[in-house]
Structures are given as C-alpha cells and as structure tokens.
Design a protein around this ligand. Structure first.
Ligand code: M6R
Length: 587
C-alpha cells in the first residue's frame, strides 16, 4: 500500500517524466493522492494532488517543475484523510521524504518535535520522519547521521526514500516490511517494485528488512541494520517483472481475465510437483487472505479427499492472534499473489518462530517478493504481472498449483489439468454474450447471493467478493446447505441468486437447494453444464464439461466476467476500486 519512487538522472537530465511514468505503474498500490518533489540548484520543489495520478499530471501541466533528482508517491491513506496536506512527499526546509508503511511510535516524536517548535502541517505519521531528520540537521548532524539515527528510533513498517537539499545526486532509502527495489542502469533509481523503475534500469536488487542504502550515480552503498557496509546481488530486469500495459483492452482486469488460459498453461509447465514433496507431512496448514484464502479453501476439499492429509485453512490476519496449536510435520502453504501481504507474512513468521518441524512453502506470483524470500520453498504461479486490484488470473493460477499438488499421484486427474487451458479458452469465447445480458440485469440490484456446495462453495465466496469489491453491490457467498439456517430470509423477488451447479456427485443436493431458493425468489440463475441444464426449468448458463474436481477453476471465470461487466455498466473504476489497493502491507 502506497507506492514510492526515487530517481537520480544521468548528467543532470530532467527526471519528472520518468517519475510520473513510474507512478503510473505504482498506482495499483494506492490512489488517494499523488505527489512529486524534485531537486534543482540546491532547492526542492513539490507538487501534490488529491485523488488519482491524472490529477497530479494535470496540475503539473499548469505548473511544470523540473529537476535532476526527485521522489514520488501514490498514497493509500492510513493516518489522515486523503487531502493535499496529507499527500506525500512530506517536506521541511531541507528535506523531502516519501514513505510506505506505518510509523507506530510517531506520536512520541511528534509531541517532542512540536515542543521544540517544529510546525506540522499534516495528520500523517510520515511527517514525523521528515521533521525528525530536520531536527537532527538543525542540531548539526550530517544527512547520513540524521538518517541513521532516525532508523534507530522509528518503530513500525516502512519503506523510505529521502532527499536532502544540501546533497545533490544522493537518495537515502530504507526498508522494514514494506518493499524496496534499487535499480542500476542509465539512471539510478529506487521503487516499491521492479516494474516502476524498469524503464530506468537494467538490473535491480531488493533491500531486506533492516537494510538501508545511499543511492548515487557514482555508486550506491548498502548497509545492514548495524550500518556495516554490505554487497548485494543484482538480478536482471526481465519481462515477467514488468507491467506490459493494457494492450488493446479497456481495463487491466479484462486483459487479465482473458490471459487465464495462458497463465494456467505456463503455471502447469513451471511446476512439476512430485509426491516426494509430501514426504513426512502429517498435516497441512494454509495461510492466506482475500481471494488467495478462497483458493486455499478449495484446496482443503482436494487435500483431505485425495492426499488424506488433515488440512486447515486460516485467514492469515486472524491466525497468530488466536494462539494456534502448531504441530510438528506440518506443511505450511502461504498463498499470495503479491508476495507482500503483511498478514500472511506475519503468520508465516509466527509459524517459523514456533520451532516446530514445519516445512514452510509459498505459492506466490511475484518473484523475489518478501513472502517468497521468507519461505523454505516457493511454487511460482506464472500468471505474469497482475495490475487489476481484483485478482483474477492469479487466483486460477493458484488453484492450478494447488491442484498439481493434490493430484500428483492421480494421472487421470493430471490429464484433466492439462486440458484446462483449452477449456478455459472455450468458456471465455462461449459465454461473453450471455454474461453481458446477465450483467445488464444485475447492475440494478443492491444485493446478490452466490450459492455453491462442496468445492464450489469457496467459488461462491469468491464470486461474491469479486462483485462487491469492484461494483459496490453487496454480495454474499453461501454454502447452499447453510442457506436454510438463516440467509434464506434475504430471498425475495428482487434478490438475484447465482448458483453454481455442474453435474457430479453433489448435483442432487445442490439441485434441491436451488429449488428451495426458486420457491421464494424470481431471479435465479444457474451456472451448469449440458447434462445439468436439462434438469432445470429456470435460467441456466451452460459451461463446457469439466471433471467435477476442476470445476472451481472453470466456474470462477464467468463470475469474474460478470463482476467486470456489471462494474463497467455502472461506470465505476474497474481497476482501481475505492478504498482498496493491490498490495496490502498494513495490518
Ligand atoms: O497478494 P495477496 O494474494 O496476498 O492478496 C490477498 C488479498 O488482499 C487479495 O486477494 C484481495 O482480496 C483482492 N483484492 C481480491 O480480488
């Protein structure tokens, strides 16, 4: 949450357009406000604007600035409302600073700095860091001493980039929990992810927690948490780290939905999982949040049925606060698209600190992310960069990895997995018009119910999450057998009920649940297959045949499309829904 960037131009070249380009790629991390500060001739100029980056760009057209070194920020508000005063960069007379994270002990310093006469202009925790540095400079410290002292004193999570008026060509940056990549190339640069700085550099390195760097065009220097100088390995910036844009699509989300057949194909190719991986494992613990948690819920059905290994799935943000019992020989699977979600990261760390004999593995989409670096073993989903805040291709790729593990000893089901890319392709082609018609009706609703049973219950949860997070229509996913225990009271003529009911072992039970809903509501839609469709006398949308174990992957796709199309019809911002950000790096 929050995107930060800093660039030092080669030979004094202006870097404003490079920073804005980088901020465009970081906007997925927050869009409550954006700002930029640039250094030129020993002075720092700043422009900030509330709302999306385009507002800052408009402002800069009217009041252009330029400079040979600068920093930028896209904000997801934590402390203080999304106003211009609270937009980063934060500035004092000698310093400009951007921050991603939360400074937990900021109030102690704020009170003391106010007592010393420093005048704060924002409600943010970040401004404390800027004034802390200023106060140290005022006491006679040099920038390095001031920055190091600040790192010793500030508690919480942070990625900082700071520049000093008196120090041309040098940026200071530091990391604790929030990500930072440092880029080497034509320009020297630093950003929240590799994509944001990819056009300025050929190689990057990631800072680890506690590390800090002094970036300069004459050579960057890296330090560990004791301020000992360290050497860092660099990796090449490859296309899988870079956001390649929307192409011909109107929105990233649609592009990402359409990319699913190829994401699944590449994920299958990259992950050859053998049964040996499960050697000595007597239980499985899945940790994840949001959509990734739903992927874990599907896996539980598979793992207990096929691997015969007791499996629990935990909402990562709850896990470590309930004093869970951790047993030896547990395989921990942390599922994450971004690889940055702090709740998941902290839950993994909690397990690691337990000193139990656990194998901690991650299923991650972003290479070298914090979660993949913490895990003992990583399965990468090969979905490519996912920009739409609503996760789509990363989800079906996660399910693919989870299925490859579940069915590693079942050649019949492995063959079914291999056929997934073409079945998904067929589904995307086949259903578009029908989903358009359904979306027209659903856009009028104020609420919707999604029903599923067995391994499709998590897909009902996921379908409801997709709809609510981007269209703002309230939606609930329910285990259809649970409906009669309360939620059935919600069903009336106006309530759309979206049911997932392919033929298979559980069809009859689900069929009865749908009849119960039909007896009370008017707007029932059933996603099913040809064999199932003949049994219904209500509206059906027919998907290609698929083995019932793999239905969760296929049935996710029309629900993603439905949420997308409803949102477009409602005129809402599909890729940047309100209040959300793609990487959730605050607890
Ligand atoms: O990056 P992660 O998979 O760890 O993110 C977890 C959730 O924040 C994420 O899935 C979120 O729920 C998405 N907005 C869902 O579309």
């Amino acid at each position: 949450m929050c995107g930060i960037i800093g660039i030092i131009g080669r030979d004094g070249q202006d870097i404003v357009s490079n920073i804005l380009q980088g901020l465009e790629k970081l906007e997925y991390r927050g869009y409550d406000s954006a700002g930029i500060a640039v250094w030129k001739n020993e002075s720092i100029h700043r422009v900030r604007a509330v709302g999306k980056l385009c507002n800052l760009q408009d402002k800069l057209k009217k009041t252009p600035i330029n400079g040979e070194m600068g920093i930028g920020h896209t904000r997801w508000a934590t402390h203080g409302k999304p106003t211009e005063e609270n937009a980063h960069p934060m500035m004092t007379k000698d310093i400009a600073l951007v921050h991603n994270g939360i400074i937990e002990n900021y109030e102690v310093f704020k009170n003391e700095l106010i007592r010393q006469g420093y005048q704060f202009t924002s409600q943010t925790d970040t401004e404390v860091a800027a004034f802390y540095l200023q106060a140290e400079l005022d006491k006679g410290a040099n920038p390095r001493e001031a920055f190091r002292k600040m790192l010793c004193d500030m508690r919480g999570t942070y990625a900082f980039v700071a520049m000093f008026r008196s120090l041309p060509g040098i940026l200071f940056c530091a990391k604790n929990k929030s990500p930072i990549a440092v880029g080497f190339g034509e320009n020297m640069c630093v950003g929240s992810d590799a994509s944001s700085i990819s056009s300025c550099c050929d190689e990057i390195t990631y800072l680890n927690d506690g590390e800090y760097a002094e970036i300069s065009k004459d050579g960057s220097v890296f330090f560990d948490k004791f301020f000992n100088e360290i050497q860092k390995d660099r990796i090449k910036v490859t296309s899988d780290l870079v956001n390649s844009g929307k192409g011909t699509y109107d929105h990233y989300m649609l592009k990402e939905i359409m990319e699913q057949p190829s994401a699944i194909r590449k994920t299958i190719q990259a992950n050859k999982i053998s049964k040996d991986f499960l050697g000595g494992v007597s239980r499985i613990l899945i940790l994840a949040c949001g959509t990734s948690y739903h992927a874990g819920l599907v896996a539980r059905y598979w793992y207990e049925k096929y691997l015969k290994i007791p499996t629990i799935v935990e909402i990562a943000s709850e896990y470590r606060y309930r004093c869970p019992v951790i047993e030896d020989n547990t395989l921990v699977l942390a599922i994450t698209q971004s690889g940055e979600t702090i709740d998941t990261l902290e839950a993994m760390e909690y397990v690691k600190k337990s000193n139990k004999t656990c194998k901690v593995a991650a299923i991650a989409n972003v290479k070298n992310s914090a979660i993949s670096r913490l895990a003992d073993f990583v399965f990468y989903t090969e979905a490519g960069v996912e920009i739409g805040v609503a996760s789509t291709k990363a989800f079906t790729a996660q399910l693919t990895v989870l299925a490859l593990l579940a069915f590693c000893d079942r050649p019949d089901l492995m063959a079914q997995i291999m056929s997934l890319p073409s079945v998904c392709d067929e589904t995307l082609e086949l259903l578009s018009a029908e989903i358009d018609a359904l979306a027209e009706e659903l856009q009028e609703a104020s609420s919707a119910i999604y029903l599923g049973r067995g391994n499709l219950y998590p897909i009902a949860l996921e379908g409801a999450l997709k709809l609510k997070e981007i269209s703002y229509i309230h939606a609930e996913g329910l285990a259809s057998g649970e409906m009669k225990h309360g939620p059935i009271a919600l069903i009336d003529d106006k309530m759309p009920v979206i049911c997932l009911c392919p033929s298979g072992k559980i069809f009859d039970k689900m069929f009865s649940n749908i009849q119960i809903a039909k007896a009370r509501g008017q707007s029932i839609v059933v996603f099913t297959d040809e064999a199932g469709a003949v049994q219904f006398d209500c509206r059906t949308i027919v998907l290609p045949e698929i083995h019932e174990e793999l239905a969760p992957i296929l049935y996710s796709i029309p629900l993603q499309l439905l949420a997308y199309k409803v949102t477009v019809l409602k005129g809402e911002d599909v890729d940047k829904p309100r209040n959300l950000a793609k990487s959730v790096t605050v607890e």
